[in-house]
Design a protein around this ligand. Structure first.
Ligand code: NDP
Length: 502
């Protein structure tokens, strides 16, 4: 890919190259080798420990969003297949897994964690090919964190009495889990690891644009000798997800995805006595006070909104800046944006990869057009985009009003909306002025101000002088339309147990 030189690529005068003269070098291509991934032509469903075709033999194609090339055919599961999977999970729960001592369950989880680490490069390359995310993120964030979740929950499996002192923790039964496309393997780990640690069995439905790492995970289950039926994976369209939610053999539903589908799932479960965890959308405020270290804040802002192309439910998509530092911060941000490399996700130097699907690209494009039409000022760095694939330039909007759609709606793309404030009260007011409440960020040098802000912000996670940091020990979840229940940490375990008195 040719990289257009921009102002930020110009040499400082002290380099002796003359004012405005371009630095005479460019990054060489550094593509990750994709040969470690052995793609099959066709993938089946994973039910009862075996790979099976869909009941009507139907398939769909999953494509690489960076090249639009078809990667493989994947079984298009039906409600009948979902029924088969839930029966397999019930059988595994009743026969063996539900009564297995915690230390035995832990061994399987440790084994899975170790295999994920051993096969981490294979998983990272496949995740990048199927989702469009940069290899440096799938390699350094998604896959290591997925393994870390299995390590962490393996540790809890034989310690449930300590997790919930004075109570007896019992598994719920069969967990029906639906995951999105932005962190396919990581969301699988967030869901499957605590469920198995607590003694539940699982039926998981991956997103249709990113089924491949879940299907590779089926291979890991076999390699770990996990008893058949403990984990079942059914690929297929959204309606198949709904047949999982509604299935009478399911005791617990866990969903991560859009608020709209989350609402439908909650309505579908009303009166059913099934446990439910919802992790939905967000419109996080990332708040920069005038005493913040601006250079560090710029890195945090970039990580907050351009990480994973901004396709992150907790992305810092609304930047709230104290008025006195708006101009220097925006100047620094524009300089930094000019150095972001957009392109082939398999290139190790790529910062922003491909948008996950054409539909998501269209949604981002439409919302960005609405920002321009409503009067916000757009800035995009000059950079060439590949000819094929679903790419979008990192985008920065200034002069944004709270009423603009780009300040209210979840864009789920590399688009930052900048708003300003004068006092901490105004910052809190604006930060909380959203139907969502998943995450937020605060940048200031004062610890007391951090604590005061954290208390007043209606967000499940608040990062201070950093953004988008994840750890298996730390609970994650939202308020309001961002959902309910927590994943991660001891709280995440709680979502998969029934607590009885001793
Ligand atoms: P969805 O909520 O439609 O998809 C998430 C998961 O739910 C996928 O596995 C999907 O399957 C499944 N699903 C879809 N319809 C149903 C249904 N009726 N019943 C049960 N499960 C269903 O998100 P989209 O992919 O449509 O993305 C739209 C927007 O949602 C994004 O632009 C973003 O704003 C938000 N989003 C938020 C996420 C988060 O992490 N909170 C993650 C993804 C999206 P399938 O893929 O087969 O349709």
């Amino acid at each position: 890919m040719t990289v257009t030189k921009t102002d930020a690529d110009r040499a400082p005068a002290s380099w002796g190259l003359g004012d405005g003269q371009a630095i005479p070098w460019d990054y060489a291509p550094a593509p990750e080798n994709r040969e470690i991934v052995r793609l099959k032509d066709r993938y089946g469903l994973f039910i009862g420990g075996r790979e099976v075709a869909a009941s009507d033999d139907a398939v769909f194609t999953t494509v690489n969003p960076a090249s639009e090339e078809p990667l493989a055919e994947v079984a298009r599961g039906t409600a009948a297949d979902m029924d088969r999977a839930v029966r397999a999970a019930r059988l595994a729960f009743g026969r063996r897994w539900g009564g297995l001592p915690g230390r035995e369950r832990a061994k399987y989880l440790f084994r899975i964690a170790r295999i994920l680490q051993e096969r981490s490069r294979e998983f990272a390359v496949l995740e990048t090919m199927d989702s469009g995310k940069p290899i440096k993120e799938s390699r350094d964030v998604d896959v290591p964190l997925a393994a870390a979740h299995f390590w962490y929950y393996a540790g809890w499996a034989d310690k449930l009495d300590y997790a919930f002192p004075g109570r007896v923790a019992r598994p719920l039964g069969v967990a029906g889990q639906i995951i999105p496309w932005n962190f396919p393997l990581l969301m699988l780990a967030w869901k499957i690891a605590p469920a198995l640690a607590a003694g539940n069995t699982v039926v998981l439905k991956p997103a249709s644009t990113t089924p491949l790492t879940a299907l590779l995970f089926a291979d890991v289950c076999r390699q770990a000798d996990l008893p058949s039926g403990v984990v079942n994976i059914v690929t297929g369209p959204g309606e198949v997800g709904m047949s999982l939610v509604r299935h009478p053999g399911v005791n617990k539903v866990a969903f991560t995805g859009s608020t709209e589908i989350g609402r439908r799932i909650a309505a579908g479960l009303a009166g059913s006595n099934k446990a439910l965890t919802l992790e939905l959308g967000g419109k996080a405020a990332n708040i920069v006070f005038d005493d913040a270290p601006l250079d560090q804040a710029v890195e945090g802002i970039v990580n907050g909104i351009y990480f994973n192309q901004g396709e992150v439910c907790c992305a810092g998509s609304r930047l709230l800046v104290q008025e006195s530092v708006v101009q220097p911060l925006i100047d620094k941000l524009k300089d930094r944006l000019a150095t972001i490399r957009v392109g082939d996700p398999l290139d190790k130097n790529t910062d922003v990869g491909a948008i996950n699907s054409r539909a998501q690209l269209e949604k981002i494009t439409e919302l960005v057009a609405s920002g321009v039409a409503e009067g916000a000022e757009i800035y995009q760095p000059a950079c060439d985009l590949p000819d094929r694939g679903y790419f979008f330039r990192p985008t920065l909007f200034t002069n944004v009003a709270q009423s603009h759609r780009i300040a209210r709606e979840e864009i789920f793309g590399p688009v930052l909306s900048v708003l300003t404030f004068r006092t901490p009260e105004e910052a809190v007011e604006k930060a909380n002025n959203t139907p969502y409440g998943l995450s937020a960020g605060v940048w200031t040098e004062k610890g007391s101000r951090i604590l005061a802000m954290v208390r007043r912000m209606k967000a499940g996670v608040v990062w201070a002088n950093t953004f988008n940091r994840f750890d298996p020990t730390s609970p994650f979840g939202g308020y309001k339309e961002s959902g309910y229940g927590r994943e991660g940490g001891r709280h995440g375990l709680h979502a998969y147990v029934r607590l009885d008195d001793r």
